[in-house]
Design a protein around this ligand. Structure first.
Ligand code: AMP
Ligand code: ZN
Length: 467
């Protein structure tokens, strides 16, 4: 039996995973800031967290998963400067900050569902937990970790001898942070706001609350410290996020939580997914290059193909997104779905004695810090094997898919005959359009629409998918 080994950013090593306590493995994932449409890169940390969760279950653990929605307090700059991203979006869109947050939360959740990312056991919004955050700041204040500046209450990082351990921060990096920006009356460049006071001048904030320190709003980092421990306890097993969270957000979460609760390490295993580059540029919502899941679907690329794209790279490996890359993943994903369709309902049973060997190799791949590309390679070996019968292949495929999350069982259930018939109707419509028989083309389009088929016309011809 392979033991599950996970790479811990805190120790920079792969470690054999052992939960802190009997009972469910307690996992917290940093969720999105809901001020705009999440792009494809934003989905990576959640696809990764889903793989982690499904793997833990495959290894026999129960999981308690909590994920937050940042709907207040994340400023345009991570250095506590600039406007709140949500208030800014509200002004630009001419709607309320609450509506902005609700709208993008709904869109985000719908995107996760389309990708087959399971919902956490608990969703928590920063604005629903202001009391818990105030309580945590009060605790930090009592222990002497905070001080007041002209614009808020700050965490004094010099009071924490372990500050920056996760990111291996050094003084040089901290000075670099200072150059990026920082309030003038902060004591140290790495100090960060736990409570920001509403500005006395300028437009009034829509989201603000009374607190022992004055009217204002919580800093971004305090929400994750307060909510994770509220739901998972003062110390827990695994915390996930993107690599960009390491130097500031997670570093500050650790400082606050270890300061408030006095437990070290606050979280046993820190896991981070790597960046996805987009045609050589870093894809960030804040930088404006946004390809969304909707764009993919409009091009006739199924969400499953995008999930497959990510399974082809290790979660700690930087990936590069391009049209060619996603087309390649799509073709491979569809091949796998075709295999699944052929295997489903088969009755040829052979090679039962080989099943355990395939299973052990699949498990070993996952045990090695969630090596999904390797796990996929074993999956291909199963479907292509000459020694296994369709019964054994189908059983293994469904079992493996409980981790891969490609929903192969559902995809295989779609009737192949229907697909062939729809292909033919789409071709007929293309021919009608080519010969300018518009009425016939429209008739066919309407017929297809009634069957729930969405057509996407492009230079490369017409593609279709089910609504
Ligand atoms: P943003 O709203 O741009 O701050 O992104 C929210 C989160 O999504 C970040 O904290 C990252 O962890 C993740 N993320 C954003 N862009 C990418 C990307 N191109 N590749 C992987 N993860 C990303
Ligand atoms: Zn967080």
């Amino acid at each position: 039996m392979s033991e599950l080994r996970l790479y811990n950013t805190l120790t920079r090593r792969k470690e054999v995973f052992a939960p802190r306590e009997p009972g469910p493995v307690r996992v917290y994932s940093c969720g999105p800031t809901v001020y705009g449409h999440a792009h494809l890169g934003n989905m990576r940390p959640y696809l990764f967290a889903d793989l982690l969760k499904k793997t833990l279950r495959y290894f026999g653990y129960e999981v308690r998963h909590v994920m937050n929605i940042t709907d207040v307090g994340h400023l345009v700059s991570d250095a506590d400067e600039g406007e709140d991203k949500i208030e800014l979006a509200a002004r630009e869109e001419g709607v309320s900050a609450w509506d902005v947050a609700q709208k993008w939360t709904d869109v985000f959740k719908a995107d996760l569902a389309r990708l087959g990312v399971e919902e956490p056991d608990i969703w928590c919004k920063a604005t629903d937990h202001i009391e818990e955050q105030i309580e945590m700041i009060r605790r930090l204040e009592e222990k002497g970790f905070t001080y007041r500046t002209s614009d808020g209450i700050y965490f004094d990082t010099s009071r924490d001898p372990h500050y920056g351990e996760l990111a291996r921060l050094n003084l040089e990096q901290q000075q670099a942070q200072e150059r990026i920006g920082g309030t003038t009356d902060k004591r140290h460049p790495s100090d960060f706001a736990v409570w920001k006071l509403s500005p006395e001048e300028g437009p009034r904030r829509q989201m603000e609350w009374d607190s022992p320190w004055g009217r204002g709003f919580p800093g971004w980092h305090i929400e994750c410290s307060a909510m994770s421990s509220h739901y998972l306890g003062e110390s827990f097993d695994i915390h996930t996020g993107g690599v960009d969270h390491i130097p500031v957000h997670h570093t500050n979460e650790i400082a606050q939580s270890e300061g408030a609760y006095g437990k070290r390490p606050w979280v046993k295993v820190w896991m981070h997914s790597a960046w996805m580059m987009f045609e050589k540029a870093k894809m960030s919502k804040s930088e404006g290059t946004t390809v969304t899941l909707d764009h993919l679907i409009e091009q006739g690329i199924e969400p499953g193909a995008y999930r497959f794209f990510h399974l082809n790279a290790h979660y700690r490996q930087q990936t590069s997104y391009s049209e060619e890359a996603i087309e390649g993943s799509r073709a491979a994903y569809q091949r796998l779905v075709r295999h699944a369709r052929e295997l489903r309902g088969g009755s040829d049973s052979r090679g039962a004695d080989l099943v355990e060997g395939f299973r052990a190799r699949f498990r070993a791949a996952l045990a090695d810090d969630l090596n999904a590309p390797q796990a996929l390679a074993v999956t291909w070996e199963v479907v292509r094997s000459d020694s296994l019968g369709s019964v054994e292949k189908w059983r293994l495929l469904c079992e493996f898919d409980s981790v891969l999350g490609l929903r192969l069982e559902g995809a295989a259930a779609v009737d192949v005959e229907t697909d062939a018939r729809i292909d033919a109707l789409v071709r007929e419509r293309d021919e009608a359009r080519a010969s300018k028989a518009w009425a016939r083309a429209d008739e066919l389009r309407d017929q297809l629409r009634e069957e729930g088929i969405v057509l996407e016309d492009s230079r490369k011809g017409t593609r279709w998918h089910r609504a």
